[in-house]
Design a protein around this ligand. Structure first.
Ligand code: NAD
Ligand code: SF4
Length: 442
């Protein structure tokens, strides 16, 4: 069993209560940071850890913290992004509901490091029961002197607010989230300026994902160097992976970064392999916003190297951001899954969730959905595949926020790797629309 940083105690009965969490060493990082370290020392440890943002982009967390502007007399904010809505991604939900105090401890340590006295946890609006769990945990931590005025007599004050999300996928994009937190419609802002310079109420703000923040107590307790020694290369530490699809053991797994993808899919410690009698067809490794890879390319790269569960190894030649590890939403498909149907499904989602601010995304996602619908429903024509590629290319890189790219990449990669399946749908409309029919290569 690999090292568990976030989930070591998650199965202990009552760990959601302050009492049990504290009995298992909880809040020791708050004591250590506030009583024995300066804010800059905490930032330094996070930088040394090499941890990369766990929301999906993989941006180095310590670097983001060090970008935070510190103008005199202006408040700074820490906002935790718990608006987890990426299809296939359910790891923050798992953490918040089972071990809420870990996130709260991380929020205290991180807010102290950043000099924030009021911080927010923005939670996906549909998860009202999780919001109540967090609010109860905040009350408990406050009653024990870990939140509020003069925490543990150190002179540091922190108010922690839980905000229900606005109910749209786009509210998880960090600047849309800030708009929503300010009480407005969740429309993404143009960047730059980045939130680190001009964020919530135009003040410097750090927006970090739940999992990222939940790692900070361990980093404070054990040191950034210890964290950096886990994992491989620039993929340090552990990562929560929410696995779904046609595997024997779907669920949330904490893995040390660097586990071979093949081991993750087939070993009994993790997913236990593909369900009996079926075989691996494709994987979307990091939530629906990243390209899909066929079985032969998910286990090994085109150059024949073994693929690892790391930001670097899970990358694809033409993929702009360089990582398919994304949010860790690992969706596994076997031969009974239709790639055209799946791609249409993703496109329908992005079209529905587009905020409509920029035309390449507003119009383009509509076209992707429309053309994929007709291919899937036996009404496609020969030019449709190239039309899809063209529309996807026109969206990519031409929008205000990454939703446009996220809508384009799954389509581009599905056609790149499964073109024959799209062609089969167009050439065999009556067979392709027969209930349960799936393209089987010769
Ligand atoms: P991004 O690469 O634009 O930014 C990453 C982070 O780094 C942001 O916080 C940004 O403010 C910061 N940053 C980047 N350059 C900076 C600079 N020069 N100065 C200061 N700060 C800087 O990506 P993003 O928009 O934050 O996230 C996109 C990712 O989100 C996608 O890759 C997708 O995988 C993921 N995603 C996750 C979910 C989910 O539910 N977890 C949902 C949708 C998308
Ligand atoms: Fe809105 Fe789409 Fe433009 Fe993002 S890319 S701002 S979701 S229209």
């Amino acid at each position: 069993m690999g090292l568990k940083i976030l989930t070591e105690h998650i199965h202990i009965p009552g760990i959601n209560t302050f009492e049990v969490y504290r009995k298992h060493g909880g809040y020791s990082a708050v004591e250590k940071a506030l009583k024995t370290m300066s804010p800059d020392e905490v930032v330094e440890e996070v930088k040394k850890s090499g941890i990369r943002g766990r929301g999906g982009a993989g941006f180095p967390m310590g670097m983001k913290w060090s970008f935070l502007a510190k103008p005199e007399g202006v408040p700074r904010y820490l906002v935790c992004n718990g608006d987890e809505s990426e299809p296939g991604t359910f790891k923050d939900h798992y953490l918040m509901k089972n071990i809420p105090h870990l996130l709260i401890e991380g929020m205290i340590v991180s807010s102290f490091a950043l000099g924030a006295n009021k911080s927010f946890i923005y939670v996906r609006g549909e998860l009202m029961y999780v919001i109540r769990i967090l609010e109860k945990a905040i009350e408990e931590a406050k009653a024990a002197g870990f939140l509020g005025k003069n925490i543990l007599g150190t002179g540091y004050d922190l108010e922690l607010v839980v905000q229900p999300g606005g109910g749209a996928y786009i509210c998880g994009e960090e600047t849309a989230l800030l708009e929503s937190l300010e009480g407005k419609r969740g429309n993404p802002r143009n960047k730059p300026p980045f939130p680190a310079v001009k964020g919530l109420y135009e003040s410097p703000t750090v927006v970090n994902n739940v999992e990222s923040i939940a790692n900070t107590p361990w980093i404070v307790n054990n040191g950034g160097d210890a964290y950096a020694s886990i994992g491989i290369g620039r993929s340090t530490g552990t990562k929560l992976i929410s696995a779904s699809g046609n595997v024997k053991k779907p669920g949330v797994y904490e893995i040390e970064l660097g586990v071979p993808v093949e081991e993750f899919i087939y070993s009994d410690e993790y997913l236990g392999g593909i369900r009996d009698g079926h075989y691996l067809k494709a994987v979307v490794a990091g939530g629906s916003s990243v390209p899909i890879l066929p079985a032969n390319l998910i286990l090994k790269t085109a150059g024949g190297e073994q693929r690892l569960m790391t930001y670097e190894s899970l990358s694809d030649g033409g993929f702009a951001t360089g990582t398919m590890l994304g949010s860790g939403g690992f969706i596994v498909m076997d031969e009974t899954n239709c790639i055209v149907r799946n791609t249409w499904n993703f496109s329908r989602f992005y079209h529905h969730e587009s905020c409509g601010q920029c035309s390449p995304c507003r119009e383009g996602t509509g076209w992707l959905e429309k053309v994929l619908y007709r291919i899937e429903h036996g009404q496609g024509n020969e030019r449709d595949i190239d039309l899809l590629v063209d529309v996807a290319k026109r969206i990519e890189g031409n929008t205000i926020c990454p939703l446009g790219d996220a809508a384009a990449w799954p389509v581009g990669s599905a056609i790149r790797h499964f073109r024959d399946e799209f062609e089969w749908h167009i050439k065999n409309p009556s067979e392709a629309t027969r209930k349960g029919a799936v393209y089987m290569p010769e």
